[in-house]
Design a protein around this ligand. Structure first.
Ligand code: ZN
Length: 440
């Protein structure tokens, strides 16, 4: 009986995606074309390979690098030393990395990898959230955000607005190009998440003029200007709200309750031992000062034997008994941007908060975006490549998968990532020592 290897996906396998990434890097303008040693493409690809292999640090990567495999698998001609890589990447303008995210997204779309992520009538849920990945009292660069303390000392830090297409039933997420929250040239005030979100949604619409999106965010985003921005760009929303932050809204809901305008609805899930309790009302003003911005409000209690969980959201979808359960699942899926995205990057081998090098201009931001790109390539395989899925299922954890992957990468001469994944799936046949006998 022969074993049939799970087929890799022609355009969605690691090897095909690495080629796509490399060709994208090759189009980025190089300010130092005269560099005789290392091309910008090689420097970018080396950093990408470092994150793709989940190398714990630039130094470890530099020391252990397996030059031949970096050449055959990642297409790197000359691998730079760590200092050289930092120097080459520091001046790269982060916006040049945007087309890379788009080209992988397009590939995923063409390979029907996006379809299982559709959430509601062909709409995709996009979760947005800010995260901090660097903070220091000493190390800083031109794009650092700054906090001046009362004693005059300064904390420098970096944040970004992360975004990913998510689905309540899917483990994989599809990260989009994050929006760096950085000190803008000449600005006296720090950039902030709200401004970054404004830039993000405009670019999202530019990149995907025809896709239908539902944006889901936490309660900080439930403010009139942001809802107007979403509306301007034709984006639907399910946004968290909190009684403490949205007092006027909750008063309006209470008034509607007294007037008998609020709908109550319950669904029992006996198998799970849960009661899903809802109340909702459409067309209520978000706040007292902006009565022109009306939203649809829904509140939800998940009642189990041991605990009760409580959430509230506003949305532009008209809420009814028919769709309230589904909308609730969309609102609750928002945690995937924290859990399946940021926490994975911070704790599952990617070392998001590790300082791989800070630079003076953009290095810290460029590294963070390249790590997100490596994560996108991994998630694309997780979503669409049966070979990757089979290896992951066999090893049981991502941590073990990355560890085994690195061990093979450093120890064996490999022709492709496919060969590496097949070796992990079927076991590696150790080469037999060749013993020469002198038969004379
Ligand atoms: Zn900085």
């Amino acid at each position: 009986m022969s074993i049939v290897a799970p087929r890799g996906r022609k355009h969605l396998s690691a090897d095909a995606l690495f080629r796509l990434v490399r060709s994208g890097f090759a189009t980025i303008p190089d300010a130092r074309l005269s560099d005789p040693d290392i091309s910008l493409t090689d420097a970018l690809m080396s950093a990408f390979a470092m994150f793709s292999l989940k190398s714990p640090s630039l130094l470890a990567f530099d020391k252990e690098r397996a030059e031949d495999n970096l050449h055959t698998i990642y297409g790197i001609e000359h691998v730079p030393c760590d200092t050289h890589m930092r120097e080459r990447l520091d001046p790269v303008t982060p916006k040049w990395l945007r087309p890379l995210f788009l080209s992988i997204f397009r590939q995923l779309q063409r390979g029907k990898g996006l379809e299982p992520m559709a959430f509601l009538d062909g709409h995709y849920l996009v979760a947005l959230d800010g995260t901090e990945y660097f903070s220091s009292k000493q190390i800083h660069c031109a794009s650092c955000l700054r906090k001046v303390h009362r004693n005059g000392s300064i904390t420098y830090y970096h944040q970004m607005l992360g975004a990913a297409i998510i689905h309540p039933d899917m483990r994989a997420v599809i990260p989009l190009m994050p929006e760096p929250i950085v000190n803008q040239d000449g600005a006296r005030k720090n950039d902030c998440e709200r401004n970054a979100a404004k830039r993000f949604v405009a670019k999202l619409r530019q990149d995907h003029p025809h896709l239908k999106f539902i944006v889901t965010e936490d309660s900080l985003s439930s403010n009139a200007p942001h809802i107007e921005t979403l509306h301007t760009h034709g984006l639907h929303y399910i946004l968290g709200v909190k009684e403490g932050d949205h007092a006027s809204l909750f008063e309006q809901v209470q008034a509607a309750e007294h007037a008998g305008l609020v709908t109550h609805y319950e669904r029992h899930d006996r198998a799970a031992g849960l009661v899903h309790r809802f109340r909702f009302v459409n067309d209520v003003p978000l706040n007292a000062s902006r009565a022109d911005i009306c939203v649809n409000f829904m509140e939800y209690w998940e009642i189990g034997a041991a605990k009760v969980q409580h959430f509230s959201w506003v949305t532009d979808f008209r809420v009814s008994k028919r769709n309230v359960f589904h909308l609730m699942r969309g609102g609750r899926a928002r945690w995937k941007i924290e859990n399946e995205t940021f926490n994975t990057l911070k704790n599952q081998g990617y070392n998001f908060e590790h300082n791989y090098g800070h630079g003076q201009q953009n290095l810290s931001v460029v590294f963070a975006i390249l790590m997100m790109l490596a994560f996108l390539v991994d998630q694309t395989q997780q979503l669409s490549c049966p070979l990757f899925q089979a290896v992951w299922a066999k090893l049981g954890s991502k941590r073990l998968l990355w560890e085994r992957m690195r061990a093979l990468f450093y120890d064996y001469a490999l022709a492709s990532m496919r060969q590496l994944l097949e070796a992990l799936l079927y076991g590696w046949q150790k080469p037999q020592p060749i013993v020469a006998f002198d038969s004379s």
